[in-house]
Write a protein that binds this ligand. Structure first.
Ligand SMILES: COc1ccc(NC(=O)[C@H](C)Nc2nc3c(cnn3-c3ccccc3C)c(=O)[nH]2)cc1
Ligand SMILES: [Zn+2]
Length: 305
């Protein structure tokens, strides 16, 4: 019954210990026949998952639980969209492993901070998606260490696609393929894989509110840590991270309206069944945060008058 639950977006990560999540990740890889198809020893998979676990940091949002959520959402989407019968096993392996590795060794300070503070990562990657390039470098290190040399350029492209600075570029590319989408076409498959990793990465609001809302608190905690540091160092402060400017409900209604709904609507055009599993919960979340926004505005109005 847990196995069936694992294939749905209503899975609640907060109920599980990290050791249990490791077993659930193993179930995802075995249930999609990767061990049999790619002749991977169970021990090699366990080493791989443990190395990944060790390379996520204890920070408020971009931690191992986020990695688990993104991988579990990807796993659920693969079952919901019946992608097992539309893509080859290697493509599914690339999508799941990209989700698993997409934020490896995230420091809790985003690309804008890396570039403004001219950190080692910004210098190493010449200001070009420094975090996402670093996540890939760690992933490649782990994959070669556990001799899982199945890695290829597609995992690199899928992880690099999670840089939100490229959000519109990737969404627009997906939009133009939709009217003529062909699961046998290499380019179409690649942009779909990128969209699937992107959707899984920012999909918290598709989960039950009791599961999703704590994630927004974790995210804002990490963002506020960054803007506090930027203020201390005299670096430019990102407005949507500034604790003195951010209102939780209004930042989330904007995010849902201008980022989540357009992205999820496009994916639902290809997989109509996602209307009820993904789009409906996100519309309810928009309702929830809009009401919270009104309540806080009325409250502010009341105290003023
Ligand atoms: C286009 O680049 C963007 C667009 C939006 C945002 N983030 C936001 O607007 C705010 C802070 N909300 C938000 N941001 C979220 C969520 C999930 N992931 N996520 C996130 C986390 C780190 C970096 C980027 C994003 C979108 C979420 O539920 N809400 C951050 C970057
Ligand atoms: Zn992420």
């Amino acid at each position: 019954e847990v196995r069936e639950h694992l294939k749905t977006p209503i899975f609640d990560n907060w109920q599980w210990e990290e050791a249990e999540m490791m077993v659930l990740l193993q179930v995802m890889y075995t249930d999609l026949d990767f061990l049999m198809v790619f002749h991977i020893e169970l021990e090699v998979l366990q080493n791989f998952l443990f190395e990944v676990y060790c390379h996520y940091n204890n920070i408020p949002f971009h931690n191992f639980q986020h990695c688990f959520c993104v991988t579990q959402m990807m796993y659920g989407l693969i079952w919901l969209t019946d992608l097992r019968n539309k893509l080859e096993r290697i493509d599914l392996f690339i999508m799941l492993t990209s989700a698993l590795c997409h934020d490896l060794d995230h420091p809790g300070y985003n690309n804008v901070y890396q570039i403004n503070a001219q950190t080692d990562l910004a210098l190493r990657y010449n200001d070009i998606s420094p975090l996402e390039n670093h996540h890939c470098a760690i992933a490649f290190g782990i994959l070669s260490k556990v001799s899982l040399m199945l890695i290829n350029v597609l995992i690199l492209r899928c992880i690099l696609a999670t840089d939100m600075a490229r959000h519109n570029e990737i969404l627009n590319k997906f939009k133009v393929t939709l009217p003529v989408f062909d699961f046998k076409n290499k380019e179409h498959k690649e942009v779909l894989m990128k969209i699937m990793v992107k959707v899984s990465d920012i999909s918290n609001e598709a989960r039950p509110m009791a599961v999703a809302e704590p994630w927004l608190d974790c995210l804002l905690q990490e963002f506020f840590n960054q803007s506090d540091t930027e203020k201390l160092k005299g670096l430019p402060v990102t407005p949507f991270m500034d604790r003195d400017k951010v209102s939780k409900p209004s930042s989330q209604t904007n995010f849902i309206r201008f980022v989540l709904l357009p992205l999820f609507t496009e994916l639902t055009k290809l997989f109509p069944c996602l209307e009820q599993h993904i789009l409906e919960p996100v519309r309810r979340a928009l309702e929830y945060y809009s009401n919270m926004e009104k309540a806080t505005q009325e409250e502010a109005g009341a105290t003023k008058s």
